[in-house]
Design a protein. Structure first.
Length: 102
């Protein structure tokens, strides 16, 4: 399985229909859009404390406020085992946020 396919599978397994994946046809990253998650400062801090690196799309967007629920996930330097571990840690970091169903 390719690393890209591994990341997509791990995200779908962990978050089900609460995540949509785009930008996954080429490259070494993809965009994950989460339902009911806004990646604000406190959420990003919590994720960082779980030792997961994500890059909010909001930081790179021209129109602010439209992409708070989207993050860029890179996988270029990760093997399949590490991808699975990172997604599990991301799920753990997001688990206790309000309105979560995963």
């Amino acid at each position: 399985m390719s690393r890209r396919q591994c990341l997509k599978s791990c995200l779908k397994e962990a978050f089900g229909d609460q995540v949509s994946i785009t930008g996954d046809s080429t490259g070494l990253h993809l965009i994950a859009e989460f339902k009911n998650v806004a990646f604000h400062e406190n959420t990003l801090l919590r994720i960082h404390q779980h030792k997961v690196k994500i890059y909010p799309v909001e930081l790179h967007s021209i129109q602010k406020g439209l992409h708070r629920n989207k993050v860029i996930l890179g996988y270029g330097n990760l093997d399949e085992k590490k991808i699975d571990e990172e997604v599990r840690r991301l799920k753990q970091a997001l688990r206790y946020l309000p309105n979560k169903v995963f």
